[in-house]
Design a protein around this ligand. Structure first.
Ligand code: NAP
Length: 424
């Protein structure tokens, strides 16, 4: 009975869906031993470090990941970094196939003057900070100004703006990092501007996200009715279903009477960022009114760009334009890629399921005679590997710590704390 060994690098949604696809293809004649390698001491990728903490339903997909992880033949090697603890060549030698599922963790840059001033950062920093990612705990997020500007019109921009604009008490029953809740409770930010370079008809938000905004209990949400009506005219009769749904949702918001809340989230359309200005730190953003020569500026002390992500280059893996170079998920020799590292940062978590399944079919087509090779356990020289059992201990400890304070979990915030919870 052929039994193949597959290494999956990256324990996020794409990695788990790739493992699940292989497990679904198990037959009496074909079996896969799957080793999942993860840089952090915790698995689940964006489900832990990306999804907004006030969206707990989206995180229930972690139950699927745990089911995959508890299938026979699956092993987790977390706290193991490709390039440091193990090389791509070692994986290629020891496994029949290697699947890269490392996502896109780098925030794209605007490329405008002032972008690197203190007070200007990417959502790729701000989001993992509030989600207790161990690499971002020490970020100093300056929340002392009255106004913050979020650049971008996608769901990440929406998450970031909501986190800044909601009443932080609403985060108490969530798994937001303790340090972020404390900082947000001290925050002076009362106006959050989401700026889009194009009109409402081109916004990348999805309508469920827009439709939940009026449910914010302590935040005024402001969209100009003039902007939405102009967008409806521009979109014309051949308008796509999703665009119509978005514009309908925006119109509902625009039609609402303003409330007396002292927190406001305001949409600014047709605003192309030109420069971030300030003496030693962010003081204002200069925009050009898209399609005209007119400029205007917004005074603010915090700018967060949410304009897309790029994959982190991996040594020994071809990389171009923010992605791993691939043809339908095939990279080279016995290397494959799935998820955002393959196709760029698009789609929802579930999109990775069909995407990974397609690539795993190709991987199986390419398989030759199973390799009779060594074990990853012998390759990794440090003794701080987080196995599935260790992770389960961490998971249970975090959930238990959350229970008395009414949270789904209380996340540990440093690698040391996480390893301690895992009894490593
Ligand atoms: P996105 O949906 O691609 O949105 C990126 C936004 O950045 C677009 O509005 C884009 O505008 C803008 N942008 C790009 N370059 C820019 C520039 N130089 N200057 C100004 N604006 C610029 O990306 P995302 O928000 O990072 O989300 C990534 C994926 O995750 C998406 O598929 C998203 O739906 C998904 N996601 C889903 C959820 C959820 O389901 N709740 C939550 C978060 C993320 P243009 O269109 O003009 O280029």
């Amino acid at each position: 009975m052929p039994s193949y060994k597959v290494a999956i690098v990256g324990a996020g949604p794409a990695g788990y869906f790739a493992a699940q696809a292989l497990q679904n293809l198990h037959t009496d004649d074909l079996k896969f031993a799957i080793d999942m390698i993860e840089r952090l001491p915790t698995p689940w990728g964006l489900v832990r470090s990306g999804v907004a903490p006030d969206h707990p339903k989206i995180k229930t997909v972690s139950k699927v990941f745990e089911k995959v992880a508890n299938e026979p033949g699956f092993r987790l090697f977390a706290n193991v970094e490709l390039g440091t603890d193990v090389t791509i060549e070692q994986l290629q030698q020891n496994y029949d196939a290697v699947v890269i599922a490392t996502g896109s963790a780098l925030g794209k840059k605007l490329g405008i003057p002032g972008e690197d001033l203190p007070g200007s950062m990417s959502a790729a920093t701000f989001v993992p900070w509030y989600n207790a990612h161990p690499d971002f705990n020490d970020e100093a997020i300056d929340l002392t100004s009255e106004t913050a500007v979020v650049i971008g019109a996608g769901n990440v921009a929406m998450d970031v703006a909501r986190m800044l604009a909601l009443d932080p008490a609403e985060l108490d029953p969530t798994d937001t990092a303790d340090h972020a809740i404390d900082a947000l409770k001290q925050s002076s930010v009362r106006t959050v501007v989401i700026s889009a370079r194009r009109g409402p008809e081109h916004a990348a938000f999805t309508s469920p996200e827009l439709r939940e905004l009026p449910k914010l209990e302590h935040t005024n949400v402001v969209i100009s009715k003039f902007d939405v009506e102009a967008a409806i005219v521009r979109a014309g009769e051949a308008i796509e279903k999703d665009t119509k749904s978005n514009l309908d949702a925006m119109l509902l918001i625009a039609d609402r009477e303003p409330t007396s809340h002292d927190r406001t989230m305001k949409f600014q359309f047709l605003a192309t960022p030109k420069e971030i200005k300030g003496e030693g730190r962010v003081e204002e953003v200069v925009f050009q009114k898209t399609g005209s020569d007119e400029t205007f500026s917004i005074k603010c002390g915090l700018v967060i760009t949410a304009i897309g992500y790029e994959a982190t280059p991996l040594q020994g893996v071809p990389y171009e334009k923010g992605k791993v170079v691939n043809v339908d998920g095939r990279v080279k020799e016995n290397i494959y890629v799935v998820g955002w590292a393959k196709r760029g940062p698009s789609g929802v978590i579930g999109t990775n399921k069909s995407d990974a399944a397609e690539v795993m079919k190709l991987l199986i087509e390419d398989l030759g005679t199973p390799k009779n090779s060594g074990d990853l356990v012998d390759v990794i020289t440090h003794n701080k590997v987080v196995s599935q059992q260790h992770w389960q201990a961490i998971n249970e400890a975090e959930i238990a710590a959350g229970e008395p304070v009414g949270k789904p979990r209380r996340k540990a915030v440093t690698r040391e704390e996480l390893l301690k919870l895992g009894r490593i």
